[in-house]
Design a protein around this ligand. Sequence first.
Ligand SMILES: Cc1cc2nc3c(=O)[nH]c(=O)nc-3n(C[C@H](O)[C@H](O)[C@H](O)COP(=O)(O)OP(=O)(O)OC[C@H]3O[C@@H](n4cnc5c(N)ncnc54)[C@H](O)[C@@H]3O)c2cc1C
Length: 449
Amino acid sequence: MCWAEPQSRREFSSIVVGGGPGGLGPLLWAAQHGLLESWLEQGVALVERTGRLGGTLGCYGINSDSLGGSYLECLEAKGWPAALQHLRRNPVTLEMRRYRTSYPPLPLVNQYMGCVGQAVADMFGGHSSSALHLHTTAQSVHLCDDGRVAVVVHGQDGRAKTLVARSAVVALGGRQHWRDEMAAPGLKFVDCAARQLLSSNEFLTHDGLARADEIIRDAAGRSIVIVGGAHSAYAAAWALLQLPAARSLKDGQIVILQRRPPRIFYPDRAAAVADDYPFEEGDICVRTQRVNRMGGIRGHGRDIWRQIAHKPNVPPESRVAVRAIQDFSAAQLRTVLEEAALVIPCLGYRSATMPIFDSAGQRLTLKADINGDAVDGDCRLLTADGRPLPNVFGIGLGSGFRPTQAMGCEPNFRGQANSLWMYQNDIGAVIYREIQVLADEKLTAAVAA
Ligand SMILES: Cc1cc2nc3c(=O)[nH]c(=O)nc-3n(C[C@H](O)[C@H](O)[C@H](O)COP(=O)(O)OP(=O)(O)OC[C@H]3O[C@@H](n4cnc5c(N)ncnc54)[C@H](O)[C@@H]3O)c2cc1C
């Protein structure tokens, strides 16, 4: 059985839900390898809730932690289709080129991704077997017993449509999950009577930064507490220090509470040694020899870490104090959080999900809804008991894909690969190939019949 109303149903080879950097990833991998035209010829449906492709990075008021060059690399690929070559001369691309070896502002990255998305959208127009559904929200995914998958969508006219395909890619972006996290044994953030709480995702937006500036102005010596010790925590510390009101902060008034010291990115061993940074063999990426290539903090978060840690050739930063969270009892921690002027939980992302039903109509519980990593090594979405769904894939912020060492990852890496470059390269490649295997199975079955 397949849940679909026949009168409003259209068939494709694959359906991509979400037109951000994650959803665009497999399409841009295919474009770089000269395979996008043929994939669109097979039939791709791309469903995006807003009126544009490109994603949500524009809402953040900070700089990228990837070099500008990493976003431009795809344009130079050998197989890059003629229909997308105009992007090389696009004014936004030219602006991005100024940041080839530095960190572009995220709103500019977002503008650039919007141009890339628009060019991909235009390509859909040339392939009648494919369809782009903007202003369309995907509501649910239904596994069919004939091995296909149906996605129910609602367009601007409010009418439901069912798209059917051999495979679907779910790329809805991330969500934060700090409310129910334990700040300390017996103490959930949500139960903490902190004066002001802004999750890192809220804080790093343009509105969040303006709000934090007001809070600091009225802080009168009370602390600003950042909880977490990874990318978002150090990006938040850097962003706080750029606010006009931060000039009045006293020594140690910003406190980073972390479980363990962050890992820091270095381009090679020599750079880490020169910085007196302790690393072990397992921190070295086997493919590139970079230190903490996947898990290391980069960009302005890394800059501020170096200042806090009094590293060479940077002015020391004394307004930020770093403390180990386990040095506090639950009662002490409650006091610290409740007396702070502002608490910023920076506890990472999980992938956003949507209801997925099996062929008997039962809603499946997904691993992403329970405790984290949404996908397996083939990017297949996992159910709560760890079973991969045969033809539904996940990509994007919080999806928890673990890169292999062959992809260029340090053996000690345990985190998530949340990187546009990875979506357009290794992760996009995994999904494209798996989708093609499924499409070939369908073809073989049709020939046999
Ligand atoms: C503050 C911050 C800074 C980051 N900086 C970098 C960086 O410098 N470099 C880097 O490589 N990565 C960075 N990342 C990580 C990651 O690459 C980005 O978050 C990226 O935007 C993730 O892309 P995405 O497609 O998963 O999510 P999004 O960009 O959020 O895109 C998801 C898309 O899905 C759509 N959508 C959602 N639900 C539905 C639905 N039901 N139906 C249809 N469409 C839907 C949304 O409208 C949106 O367009 C950063 C992340 C954060 C949070």
